[in-house]
Write a protein that binds this ligand. Structure first.
Ligand code: NDP
Ligand code: 8X3
Length: 255
């Protein structure tokens, strides 16, 4: 049995849940966190016959909560080898000038503050694990490519990208690897959350194309975390083959 431990934020849905299943297939012990505890319980029930599973309700925005969850890890789950910083969300799909400031703060608090909270708290453990340890941060194509309605979301993912590179510089002699995984269009609950529960809006985005699946991204996360210890994938940008970049926006006079 593989005794390595993966710590996943946002394991209640989408990429995080698929990642839990992928690492379980390979025999890793799982620390699964997220705010919706019932979903964590369901996932634990599904996977505990295969591997050891520890679940903890966690809102990554609270540093006190993060510290408590890490401090209370049972002995067999303490030596984390891989941290998957996946918890995150987009809100306010409308243009910046129409967006609610609270939504901007929620994205900053979750995608930036939450991610640094968990990273800072687990860094000593990951450094102790050393060679072969990894931090896999979930960024987005929105971190590199601007589009209308991305405002703070894309900017928060640009933070994830640069933070990942900067971490690499500091951790280069520790054996701890850092990767920014930047997915494009992927069908999860992401668009449902972005549109505040509007299932029709979510269905409309994915229905007439072929988006990535949560399992596609979980496979990439597992891949980068299980490469030989001397290899670091710095950034992996993944789009569905039916997605590409749009052109520049140009404001024109009416003729
Ligand atoms: P989902 O909405 O399906 O999953 C998001 C996860 O984040 C949930 O498990 C949710 O758990 C968790 N989460 C949200 N806020 C918090 C919080 N404050 N504390 C702890 N957990 C939280 O979307 P995805 O799986 O698609 O999203 C996962 C990551 O991938 C995000 O960072 C997203 O930005 C990124 N991404 C998504 C893409 C897509 O097209 N789907 C493309 C590129 C990047 P809970 O609500 O239970 O707390
Ligand atoms: C989510 C992908 O294309 O909606 O990060 O910005 S996209």
């Amino acid at each position: 049995m593989n005794s390595k431990v993966v710590f996943i934020t946002g394991a209640t849905s989408g990429f995080g849940r698929a990642t839990a299943r992928r690492f379980a297939e390979a025999g890793w012990s799982l620390v699964l966190t997220g705010r919706r505890f019932e979903r964590l319980q369901e996932l634990k029930e599904e996977l505990q016959a295969k591997v050891p599973v520890h679940i903890a309700s966690l809102d990554v925005r609270s540093i006190d909560a993060v510290k408590e969850v890490v401090a209370q890890l049972p002995e067999d789950f303490r030596q984390v080898t891989c941290l998957v910083n996946n918890a995150g969300l987009a809100l306010a799909p409308e243009p910046a000038q129409k967006a609610d400031l609270n939504d901007w703060h929620t994205m900053i608090d979750t995608n930036i503050t939450g991610l640094v909270n968990v990273t800072h708290t687990l860094l000593p453990t990951l450094i102790e694990t050393g060679k072969g340890a990894s931090i896999v941060n979930i960024g987005s194509v929105a971190g590199s490519w601007p589009y209308s309605g991305s405002h703070v979301y894309g900017a928060s993912k640009a933070f994830v990208e640069q933070f990942s590179y900067n971490l690499r510089c500091d951790l280069v002699a520790t054996g701890v690897r850092v990767t920014d995984i930047a997915p494009g269009l992927a069908e999860t609950e992401f668009t449902l959350v972005r549109n505040k529960g509007d299932q029709a809006a979510s269905d409309a985005l994915y229905r007439t194309t072929t988006p990535l699946t949560a399992e596609d991204i979980a496979e990439q996360i597992f891949y980068v975390a299980t490469l030989p210890a001397h290899i670091n994938i710095n950034r992996l940008e993944i789009m569905p083959s039916r997605q590409a970049w749009a052109g520049f926006a140009v404001d024109r006079d009416k003729e």
